[in-house]
Write a protein that binds this ligand. Structure first.
Ligand SMILES: C[S@@+](CC[C@H](N)C(=O)[O-])C[C@H]1O[C@@H](n2cnc3c(N)ncnc32)[C@H](O)[C@@H]1O
Length: 214
């Protein structure tokens, strides 16, 4: 990793650690008591219980915990915030050992394991530069199994312009297809409305990708 990239990763880590440190998770805008759309997509895709699943930028989300409760046996959470991962681990208690927790910048993350499912809710949309997106997609390319699929949840084009004090890139199917091409092709998309803990709503768009020319 270059010195510039290392400094950038450190700045991002500090930003997100501070967010999770200062505000209880249940009060953060992205908190969901049930990760409903993610679970719906997992079920609809028929992801096998022994399939390696990664929640990229999963933070303190309840997705990993819920997947373990549903019998998923190979769940990994990657996030740049140690604070977020520790919170999720603590909440899960003894069953936390059934999840692999990795503190890393998703843009440089590499894994010997190839994942059948890459899940990302509200992380890719922070990749606002060409370089961010190129590095994120290189990680996805390196970590996804040949037959794997990726669920990417971003703010929709009528969603908020910022999240957690940071600008985001909002997407519709056409825009994100162009960004993920040529290595990944869009299989399906759906909309979901997120109700934040303060009672406002955020429009999300979900996209399922597979490798092109499998
Ligand atoms: C809006 S939160 C969403 C968290 C989780 N996906 C959820 O739905 O609850 C964004 C998450 O992405 C993580 N994140 C942001 N940039 C990252 C990066 N470059 N590498 C790894 N994690 C990152 C943050 O720490 C945070 O947990």
């Amino acid at each position: 990793m270059s010195r510039d990239n290392a400094q950038e990763s450190e700045a991002i880590r500090q930003h997100w650690d501070a967010k999770y440190h200062v505000t209880p998770f249940e009060c953060l805008s992205w908190y969901q008591s049930v990760p409903q759309e993610s679970l719906r997509l997992v079920e609809a895709a028929g992801i096998a219980r022994d399939a390696p699943v990664i929640d990229a930028g999963g933070g303190a989300s309840l997705l990993a915990e819920t997947l373990v409760q549903l019998g998923y046996m190979d769940v990994t959470v990657v996030d740049c915030s140690r604070q977020a991962l520790d919170e999720a681990r603590f909440r899960m208690g003894a069953s936390a050992s059934r999840v692999a927790w990795i503190c890393a910048d998703i843009r440089t993350f590499r894994s010997a394991k190839k994942y059948s499912l890459w899940h990302d809710r509200a992380v890719f949309h922070f990749m606002t530069s060409e370089d961010d997106r190129r590095r994120y997609l290189a990680s996805l390319d390196a970590c996804l199994d040949d037959d794997g699929m990726a669920f990417i949840g971003t703010f929709a084009v009528n969603g908020p312009e910022r999240c957690s004090g940071l600008p985001v890139q909002r997407y519709d199917a056409e825009l994100i297809s162009g960004v993920f091409a040529p290595r990944f092709e869009l299989v399906s998309s759906s909309d979901a409305r997120h109700l934040t803990p303060t009672g406002s709503t955020q429009e999300f768009a979900w996209f399922t990708f597979r490798r092109t020319n499998r």
